[in-house]
Structures are given as structure tokens and as C-alpha cells.
Write a protein that binds this ligand. Structure first.
Ligand code: F6R
Length: 245
């Protein structure tokens, strides 16, 4: 596990974009695993800027997103499909046919999750998976649990996640209660993982997840066992990392 410290959110975003850009330059038809949430917005802005300047070409890039709310249509501005188009896909020269987000409108959860897992395999797996970190240690929508979920599955969101995400909805009642998400096993199969995290509010969970025991109670802790993980974090998020680390 390699940790890059950034001064602030802007520097974190630039460093993360550098790593993703390097992947695209080295392998133009790579598979990028992508995340939503507030953390990656600056990273996506940086990628857009590199595309605008002609330094980055997304024409052959393929993408798979981590997760999607169950029940939200693609035109709902809180769907992750909508988010990805707004922040990245509609702003770079990617072929929309090469972008993939779980279909939240598919009512048959087993069918959709099996389709998505098979799709990732058929693409040859993920070259680099971008992750954010939930306050409770979740990655994707893999919430604290008694075991690690392996493949893409349907989850019930925890109260803490509903609470954290309600800022995007009219009220907590409007936050969907379920989501389709890549499993921990799906995420761990990615060849490389890039986790980005910022802000003092995440300092406790950063210390716990990456310097504490590996446990499904802190899903991100499993990343300690992945052979190729890069964490780009700002100073505030690293402020509670133990001295000897
Ligand atoms: C998003 C996702 C989530 C977020 C996490 C952090 O696709 O899967 O795990 O990465 O909730 O969210 P932010 O960045 O909003 O703090």
C-alpha cells in the first residue's frame, strides 16, 4: 500500500488524475472502475481539463462504475448514471457505449447483479479501480457486515449512509433504501486500486481502515491485502494515522 499525501482537496484531485491519466496513456483501451460521491468530482474535473488540452484521449477507454441506487431512473439527477454523465462522460470524448453503470431500474436484483459481474469479467477485468471511502469504512456500497460480500449484489443501505446521502435529496425519506454494488471480491479483483480521501471528518476511518485490523466491520480494511493499492489523501484525512506508520 502506497500513500501519497496531498496538501488539500485540489492537490489530491490533481495527483489522482495524474495516476488515472497515466493508466489511460499507457493502455488507451483500459477498463477504468469509477466511483461517484463528492470526493472524485475534482479528479473528474482534472481529467476533463487534460482531455480539453489534448493531453488525454478517452476514445478507446471503457468504464464500469461501482454502484447505483436501486429504483432510480437514469434521468433522476440523484442516480449515479446521471452523476457520471454530468461530471465526466458528457465532458470527454468517451464513447457512451463503452460506459457501464449497474441498471437501477432492473427490478430483478439477482439478474442485474449476475449480468454486471459477467460484464466486468467479459471486459477482461478492471485495470484501475477508483474508490472513495465512506465514514463507516464502506467502499462501493459494501457496508460494515459480519463477512465480506464477494460479487455484485443488492444491499440495504445503513442508517449512517442514508444520513450521509440525504444532503442530495429533498429529505431522508427520499433516499433509496437499496443499491446494487460491486462486491468486495469484485473490487479486490481489480489489477490496481486508487483510493482517494480528504477532510478531517474521514481521519478516524482512515486510521482504522488502513492501520487497524482487517475486518468486515470496516470493509475498506480488506484493501490492506490487495497487492497494488495507492491511497491519495489530504493532510487532514491523514491527521490520525499512527506515528510509527
Ligand atoms: C460512490 C461510492 C461510495 C463513496 C463513499 C464516499 O460510488 O461507492 O462508496 O465513495 O460513500 O462518498 P463521498 O465521496 O461523497 O464522501
Amino acid at each position: 500500500m502506497r500513500i501519497y499525501e496531498a496538501e488539500n482537496y485540489e492537490e489530491m484531485s490533481r495527483k489522482a488524475a495524474n495516476i488515472l491519466a497515466a493508466q489511460v496513456i499507457l493502455k488507451p483501451d483500459c477498463v477504468l472502475g469509477l466511483a461517484t460521491g463528492s470526493t472524485p468530482i475534482g479528479t473528474y474535473d482534472e481529467l476533463v481539463a487534460r482531455c480539453d488540452s489534448g493531453d488525454l484521449d478517452f476514445s478507446e477507454v471503457k468504464t464500469v462504475n461501482l454502484d447505483e441506487y436501486r429504483g432510480l431512473t437514469r434521468d433522476n439527477d440523484q442516480s449515479y448514471y446521471y452523476f457520471m454523465h454530468e461530471h465526466l462522460f458528457d465532458r470527454v470524448n468517451i464513447d457512451p457505449a463503452n460506459t457501464n453503470v449497474p441498471d437501477g431500474t432492473e427490478p430483478d436484483a439477482d439478474k442485474e447483479c449476475a449480468r454486471y459481474e459477467a460484464l466486468i469479467d467479459s471486459m477482461g477485468g478492471v485495470d484501475i479501480q477508483l474508490l472513495g471511502l465512506g465514514h463507516n469504512g464502506h467502499i462501493g456500497f459494501n457496508e460494515p457486515d459480519s463477512s465480506f460480500a464477494q460479487t455484485t449484489h443488492c444491499v440495504d443501505l445503513t442508517e449512517s449512509t442514508i444520513e450521509a446521502n440525504k444532503r442530495f435529496f429533498a429529505s431522508a425519506d427520499d433516499v433509496p433504501r437499496q443499491a446494487y454494488t460491486m462486491g468486495i471480491g469484485t473490487i479486490m479483483k481489480a489489477k490496481k486500486i486508487l483510493l482517494i480521501v480528504n477532510g478531517e471528518a474521514k481521519a478516524d476511518i482512515v486510521a482504522k481502515a488502513f492501520f487497524g485490523p482487517v475486518t468486515p466491520e470496516v470493509p475498506a480494511s480488506i484493501l490492506q491485502l490487495h497487492p497494488d493499492v495507492v491511497i491519495v489523501a489530504d493532510k487532514a484525512a491523514l491527521s490520525k494515522v499512527p506515528e510509527q506508520a
